[in-house]
Design a protein around this ligand. Structure first.
Ligand code: HEC
Ligand code: HEC
Length: 260
């Protein structure tokens, strides 16, 4: 997509969204509902697809675009950090699953980098975010990350971020959602692949298994990000477009599932 087309798409999306604060995907869906009720005939769009894919790229861009993982450690990754190699190129590694960097869950522990979060760019022109991603600090040249991927990342950061602290109690790691309502979604959507108890797919190893229930308690921010955007490189659904409270309800239900 050229710059003109992107700017147009964004201008429409953002202009629509200014009425709701903060700008989110669900505010955009409300807006399109209203326009349709007013008689507008909306055509096909790939905006929602792009925002969700942007979230998967934020999680792990090389898995999502199926390119070989970088071997070197990212030049902007601090020497005192504990990670090396490919992981240090993932957006989430420096900016966190809660998008809050040093001010969030990665403010201490094995993932500490001292780098700030990306909450500050939500709602801004994705074109400006694109310039940040391609700046010298980041070094994501077109040879590393195709232009179309950078565009989707920018869309996600502008329109798709969740306010994690609002929906997850940081101290207890508990989701502020309805277990009952989340169960209805889990059993009819997630259960198709993960099984009713969330144990049909093991993300860990045979000796140290990790299931939906395990991850939901261990890292609720990572879980919510996956519920919203899907899993890079796998055909998992992305629920970005559902009202965020439903996504949080699913997380709340996931926290009741068996952990081993
Ligand atoms: C190796 C660490 C590292 C990785 C990986 C990384 N960043 Fe950054 N990012 C930084 C640093 C350092 C800054 C500058 C922070 C500052 O100005 O204090 C930054 C700033 C940003 C900002 C501006 C935030 C603001 O409010 O000013 C955005 C947006 C951003 N990064 C997006 C991304 C995206 C998207 C990715 C993945 C494609 C990514 N970053 C991967 C280190 C990283
Ligand atoms: C179409 C099948 C499918 C559906 C539907 C699905 N998933 Fe997944 N999910 C997967 C696959 C495949 C993986 C990747 C497994 C792996 O990494 O080995 C995955 C990964 C995950 C992970 C991440 C694990 C990690 O490694 O970080 C979580 C959490 C998760 N799913 C939760 C859910 C929830 C909650 C729902 C319902 C909203 C759901 N999934 C719906 C197939 C699905």
């Amino acid at each position: 997509m050229g710059r003109a087309a992107l700017t147009l798409l964004l201008a429409a999306a953002l202009a629509a969204a200014v009425f709701w604060s903060p700008t989110t995907v669900s505010s955009l869906t409300k807006e399109s509902d209203e326009r349709e009720a007013a008689g507008a005939k909306p055509g096909p769009t790939d905006l929602w697809f792009k925002i969700a894919r942007g979230g998967r790229l934020y999680d792990n861009w090389y898995a999502e675009i199926e390119s070989p993982p970088p071997e070197e450690t990212h030049p902007a990754y601090p020497a005192e950090g504990k990670k090396r190699g490919a992981d240090t190129w993932r957006c989430k590694e420096c900016h966190g699953w809660d998008y809050m960097g040093r001010d969030g869950d990665y403010g201490s522990g094995a993932h500490y980098t001292g780098i700030k979060g990306v909450r500050g760019v939500r709602g801004i022109d994705p074109w400006l975010i694109r310039d940040i991603i391609m700046d010298e600090t980041h070094g994501y040249t077109e040879a590393i990350l195709p232009r179309s991927a950078v565009e989707k990342l920018a869309l996600f950061l502008s329109l798709g971020q969740a306010d994690m602290d609002k929906y997850i109690d940081r101290r207890t790691r508990t989701a502020r959602g309805s277990v009952a309502r989340g169960g209805a979604f889990f059993q009819t959507v997630c259960g198709v692949c993960h099984g009713l108890d969330g144990r049909a797919i093991n993300f860990g190893s045979a000796d140290d298994p990790e299931y939906v229930g395990t991850l939901a308690r261990k890292n609720p921010w990572q879980s919510l990000h996956k519920i919203r955007c899907g899993q890079p490189g796998f055909g998992m659904v992305a629920l970005t477009v559902l009202d965020i409270q439903y996504q949080v309800d699913i997380l709340a239900y996931s926290q009741t599932l068996p952990t081993e």
